[in-house]
Design a protein around this ligand. Structure first.
Ligand code: ZN
Length: 80
């Protein structure tokens, strides 16, 4: 735990951040966290790519399906 936030917490905000739905305060926290956390940077980049890849399907994907998709991609492994 440090002033730039906790990894688990950051992970929860990644998809909102990528969708540009995250508030400005949290954006700052997340960005500074990414600057110092390599694990989260890897996860973030993977998630970003995945979301961009699935963007055309976005209207058909509920949040629930998305979360399952992330699990399938083993993104959760970084936080075991
Ligand atoms: Zn982290």
């Amino acid at each position: 735990m440090n002033e730039h936030g906790h990894c688990d917490e950051m992970l929860l905000h990644f998809s909102d951040y990528i969708d540009e739905e995250l508030g400005p305060e949290l954006c700052k926290v997340l960005e500074s966290h990414l600057q110092e956390c390599k694990n989260c940077t890897v996860v973030f980049n993977t998630m970003k790519r995945t979301i961009e890849l699935y963007k055309p399907l976005e209207n058909e994907l509920s949040n629930d399906v998305r979360q399952r998709l992330y699990k399938k991609l083993d993104l959760a492994d970084f936080y075991k």
